[in-house]
Write a protein that binds this ligand. Structure first.
Ligand SMILES: C[S@@+](CC[C@H](N)C(=O)[O-])C[C@H]1O[C@@H](n2cnc3c(N)ncnc32)[C@H](O)[C@@H]1O
Length: 255
C-alpha cells in the first residue's frame, strides 16, 4: 500500500466511492436534519430569506432539510460529483426547483464564480466536513474563503469531533507515543488525524483541540460565538444516533 500523504484528492475519491455515496444518499432520504441542527439554524439564521451557503452538502441531507424548514435562498456545494448528483436527484424527486447545488472545492472557492460573486448571510459546514480537509492550512483556507463570501455579522455553523473528549484520552496518549516514535500511519499529515475504513468506505478525519479551533477562527476572520455538543443541544432519535456519533457544534460570527 502507498505511503503517500492523504490529500484533497484522496478524500474526494473516497467520497465518490459507491458505498460512501449510498451511505450519504440514504441519510439524505431517510434521516434529514437533526434536532440539534434545527435548534442552531433557527437561532442563528432567524430569517427564512437569509441567503445561505452550505459547504460539503453531500447528497443534500442539510440543504433539502433547510428547504423544508422554509429557507428558499440556499446554495449548496460539494467537491464529490457523485454526491452532488444525488443531491440534485433528491431535490428533483421532491419537486424542489429553487435549490442550487454546485460542484466546488471549499479550499478553492475563488474558482467558482457563482459563489465568489455572491454575498451570503450565513454559512454551514455540517457533520464534520470541514475536518475532512487534510492539513490545517487547507482547513483555514476553507474557513477564510467562506468568510470572504459572507457579509459582516454573518454566522458560520460547523461541527467537529472533540480530541479532548475524556473517553478517548487513553487512545490519544497511545497515538502521541506512536508519533513520538515515528510509528504513526505514514499517510497522516498532523497529530489528531485519523484515517480508517469500515463498511461505509474510507474516512479521513482531523480531530482538533478546542484551542486549535479558536485559533483557526481568529486566523480567518471569525469570532467565536457559541459551542456545545450535540447531546447538550438535543436528544436525537435512535436513527440519528446510529448514523453518527456525538460531535461539537461551533458557531462563529464574521468580524
Ligand atoms: C461527512 S460528509 C457530510 C455530508 C452532508 N453534509 C451530510 O451531513 O450528510 C462531509 C462532506 O464534505 C465534503 N467535503 C470534504 N472536503 C470538501 C471540500 N474541500 N470541498 C467541498 N466539499 C468537501 C465531502 O465530499 C462530504 O460530502
Amino acid at each position: 500500500m502507498s505511503d503517500a500523504k492523504i490529500n484533497g484528492e484522496t478524500v474526494r475519491d473516497d467520497f465518490n466511492a459507491i458505498n460512501t455515496v449510498l451511505h450519504y444518499t440514504r441519510a439524505a432520504h431517510f434521516i434529514g436534519l437533526w434536532k440539534s441542527e434545527v435548534a442552531l439554524i433557527e437561532r442563528y439564521f432567524p430569517s427564512k430569506d437569509a441567503r445561505l451557503l452550505e459547504a460539503g452538502c453531500g447528497a443534500g441531507r442539510v440543504a433539502v432539510g433547510l428547504w423544508h424548514q422554509g429557507y428558499r435562498n440556499v446554495t449548496a456545494f460539494d467537491f464529490a460529483s457523485e454526491l452532488v448528483e444525488q443531491a440534485q436527484n433528491l431535490a428533483q424527486e421532491q419537486g424542489i426547483t429553487d435549490l442550487t447545488f454546485l460542484q466546488a472545492d471549499a479550499t478553492r472557492l475563488d474558482e467558482c464564480n457563482v459563489i465568489r460573486y455572491t454575498s451570503f448571510d450565513g454559512a454551514l459546514f455540517m457533520f464534520n466536513g470541514l475536518m475532512q480537509i487534510p492539513g490545517r492550512e487547507s482547513r483555514r483556507e476553507a474557513m477564510r474563503s467562506l468568510q470572504q463570501v459572507c457579509r459582516p455579522g454573518s454566522h458560520f455553523i460547523f461541527t467537529t469531533h472533540d480530541r479532548e473528549d475524556p473517553k478517548d484520552l487513553k487512545e490519544w496518549v497511545k497515538e502521541a507515543e506512536r508519533w513520538a516514535r515515528g510509528e504513526q500511519n505514514p499517510r497522516l499529515l498532523e497529530f489528531g488525524d485519523r484515517y480508517f475504513s469500515d463498511d461505509t468506505g474510507n474516512t479521513f478525519m482531523h480531530l482538533p483541540t478546542r484551542a486549535e479551533v479558536l485559533e483557526d477562527m481568529a486566523a480567518t476572520g471569525w469570532s467565536h460565538v457559541h459551542d456545545a455538543t450535540r447531546n447538550e443541544l438535543a436528544s436525537e432519535t435512535p436513527k440519528v444516533r446510529n448514523f453518527s456519533d456525538n460531535c461539537r457544534f461551533w458557531v462563529a460570527r464574521k468580524n
